[in-house]
Design a protein around this ligand. Structure first.
Ligand SMILES: Cc1cc2nc3c(=O)[nH]c(=O)nc-3n(C[C@H](O)[C@H](O)[C@H](O)COP(=O)(O)OP(=O)(O)OC[C@H]3O[C@@H](n4cnc5c(N)ncnc54)[C@H](O)[C@@H]3O)c2cc1C
Length: 400
């Protein structure tokens, strides 16, 4: 799907395509799923993805042109609750490693939000050391039989599909014996159990996999190449958690700035200083994300995404602390302690206490701050690597 001279579409072509689509599907009256499906079919979901996969093979940087044009023409927002794992992690991995058939099956309902995705990576003994996963997948004819336990699985209670990292060869070193699958969350043997968090709700779950049969057609990438596939997911995960483009005062800093403006009785000189410092830091982080986004326009996200995720987590925790300080005892009154399994993950809708507790997880989810500092040290700054004693040892012989 290129222009008549065979070149990928440019900004003017894309604006025209958006205008055509909006003319054919009035955003004010078209149902959201239908509108998103039309957008996918027109290649305007992710313009840098290939034709047929929701894209047009256009430069990634042009996505902002498309998004801005849709907004200008009154299109409904596309990012709905609970879709971040599908949109931010599963989709780029499927595009990079999936077969044509897998792209056709998964990408469209993922984009429209008809099918929610979750990520079956972490295990009780494999979080930061993700390559240590012990969930086994054993080949049986045209299928794989999966047994194991996953943990902290956000949105598993709503998910139709999951991205799954499993061990297919215990006799080779840990990074080499892994294979990456798409797991059918409705398959017999998948058991999703809620885990109540510090905030009171169960946004994530434990997932038990007991003799789950997955056809080989659900394998993503080569047998034994799961680590490489997972790297694509993880790099996209960091960018998607920490590098999402935002307007000025988007996120928690906007909530606190608004509080400052509308509640003059809460103001003190000391808190003003702190707010100014955090506002400037948030703006610097936002502009750094913007630079990262532009960098991504010319290739896949690199380890720099780790820096964006790290600063997002640290800043969010400091800003939520300031919000509590500002509100004093009022901030300590918790808004809702009901044990719920939320539909989505939008902490901004909740009160100051929730913000404070939920942001503790920001420095853990998607890679802990300690691990991200190591990645920055080794892969961005080129400092000497940490010693790796398990490099040439078969996974089955590792102490655990
Ligand atoms: C809100 C939330 C949502 C999540 N959602 C998902 C999900 O949907 N799917 C999923 O698969 N996982 C999910 N996770 C799990 C998350 O990815 C892991 O918790 C994380 O990778 C850390 O692993 P761990 O909990 O096993 O901690 P550990 O790896 O045991 O780490 C414990 C502590 O030791 C430190 N540490 C470990 N190794 C080193 C080292 N080499 N050098 C220095 N310090 C080290 C860590 O930084 C940390 O502070 C989620 C977590 C949270 C908090």
């Amino acid at each position: 799907m290129t222009t008549t001279n065979g070149a990928p579409p440019d900004a003017a072509d894309l604006r025209k395509r958006v205008a055509d689509l909006v003319a054919a599907h009035d955003p004010a009256t078209t149902e959201q799923t239908e509108f998103l499906a039309a957008r996918f079919d027109a290649g305007l979901a992710w313009v840098h993805f290939p034709p047929g996969a929701g894209g047009l093979g256009a430069p990634r940087a042009l996505q902002t042109v498309v998004d801005a044009e849709f907004e200008r023409l009154g299109s409904v927002p596309t990012h709905r609750d609970g879709l971040s794992i599908g949109l931010g992690m599963a989709a780029p991995t499927i595009v990079a490693f999936g077969t044509e058939q897998q792209r056709r099956r998964f990408l469209k309902p993922l984009y429209t939000g008809e099918e929610v995705w979750c990520q079956l990576f972490s295990e009780p003994g494999a979080g930061s050391d993700l390559a240590a996963v012990g969930t086994r997948a054993v080949r049986d004819g045209d299928s794989w039989v999966v047994d194991g336990q996953k943990v902290w699985t956000s949105m598993a209670h709503r998910a139709r599909w999951a991205i799954l990292l499993a061990r297919t060869d215990p006799d080779v070193p840990k990074h080499r014996g892994l294979t990456y699958f798409v797991c059918d969350m409705t398959a017999p043997g998948v058991d999703v159990r809620p885990l109540r968090q510090l905030t009171g709700e169960a946004e994530f779950n434990e997932v038990y996999l007991d003799g789950v049969r997955l056809p080989d057609s659900l394998r993503l990438g080569e047998v034994g190449a799961g680590w490489k596939v997972a790297q694509t997911t993880l790099m996209n995960e960091r960018v998607s958690i920490g590098g999402r483009p935002e307007p000025r005062e988007g996120g928690l800093v906007g909530v606190v700035s608004e509080l400052w403006r509308t509640r003059p009785e809460l103001r003190t000189r000391g808190l003003h200083e702190e707010l100014l410092k955090l506002w400037v830091a948030a703006e610097a982080a936002r502009l750094t994300k913007e630079r990262l986004r532009q960098q991504m326009a010319v290739g896949q996200p690199g380890p720099e995404g780790s820096a964006a995720k790290l600063s997002f987590a640290e800043l969010n925790q400091r800003i939520s602390g300031l919000e509590l300080e500002l509100l004093g005892t009022e901030g300590l009154a918790y808004d809702d302690w009901t044990f719920r399994r939320p539909e989505g993950q939008d902490p901004l809708r909740r009160g100051a206490g929730f913000h404070y507790l939920r942001t503790r997880g920001n420095s853990i989810e998607g890679g802990t701050s300690e691990i991200l500092r190591t990645i920055i040290a080794e892969r961005v700054l080129g400092l000497p690597a940490e010693p790796r004693v398990d490099k040439n040892v078969a996974w089955k012989d590792l102490p655990r």
